[in-house]
Design a protein around this ligand. Structure first.
Ligand SMILES: [Fe+2]
Length: 261
């Protein structure tokens, strides 16, 4: 499948139609350059501050990018990376992104009448890192609403070798599937036999600022970042619908989709 990008400012309706047919859509101009740059700037200041304290002068001199600093910190002690990861989630710019009115406009158009912010998160996928790779799955773990959408925005350009997201167009037509779990992966996944032939996986490079909108039932997963010094940076914003939420009526059947991860 060829990549199609819809401009939020001029092709919104077309994009929504595409989403309704395929269960995903790639938009540009939902998030402004200023918002993206602010997030990047705030992340950079934390990483640089930590690199100053923890990396040796000789190493620091050779470093060419924030990504490289973070990779070096992680090699020194992976806790230095994971704690940075934890705190960047609390950056004002990341919290603010979930209030972006364009996201909320799309949520309304897709029938989310009482939107709740389920997640406002930065993802950083390190090179050659396997433990956070999520095999193809539906976004139904811990989701209390039957109507949930999420937005994955590239903070920097995401090329194929950085491990773009795998998507299975139209796979939402299968409805919610009880996932599987094993010892090989830290995450639950969907049995390949159930979708692969009919709904093969596709992946698309994302330019900086492009946003992938996904249906909670569209099967998707992460591919491995095989670069040496490039981190795949993206944000994930999820909205649930308080109007369609059996959880509020004391119905906890959503838990059957929650096995692992
Ligand atoms: Fe996911």
């Amino acid at each position: 499948m060829k990549k199609k990008v819809f401009n939020f400012n001029s092709d919104l309706k077309k994009g929504i139609n595409f989403y309704n047919e395929f269960g995903f859509c790639i938009f540009k101009n939902i998030v402004s350059k200023k918002e993206i740059n602010n997030i990047n700037k705030e992340i950079k200041s934390i990483v640089q501050n930590q690199a100053k304290k923890h990396l040796r002068e000789k190493v620091k001199k050779k470093i060419k990018s924030t990504d490289e600093s973070l990779i070096k910190l992680s090699k020194k002690n992976d806790q230095l990376r994971s704690r940075i990861y934890n705190v960047i989630q609390d950056l004002p710019s990341v919290k603010r992104l979930s209030l972006n009115k364009n996201f909320l406009k799309i949520a309304k158009m897709l029938g989310i009448s009482i939107p709740l912010i389920k997640t406002s998160q930065v993802r950083m996928d390190m090179p050659k890192e396997k433990k956070f790779l999520i095999p193809p799955h539906q976004e139904i773990k811990n989701i209390r609403s039957s109507n949930m959408i999420f937005f994955n925005t590239a903070l920097k350009k995401i090329t194929n070798n950085m491990g773009t997201i795998n998507i299975s167009p139209k796979s939402f037509n299968l409805g919610p599937i009880i996932p599987k779990a094993n010892n090989k992966s830290n995450y639950q996944y969907i049995d390949k036999k159930l979708y692969f032939k009919k709904y093969p996986l596709n992946y698309f490079e994302l330019n900086k600022g492009e946003t992938l909108l996904l249906n909670k039932l569209t099967i998707h997963g992460s591919r491995k970042n095989i670069t040496k010094y490039k981190i795949r940076w993206s944000t994930i914003i999820r909205y649930e619908d308080a109007k369609k939420m059996p959880f509020l009526d004391l119905n906890d059947t959503y838990k059957q989709f929650d096995l692992k991860g």
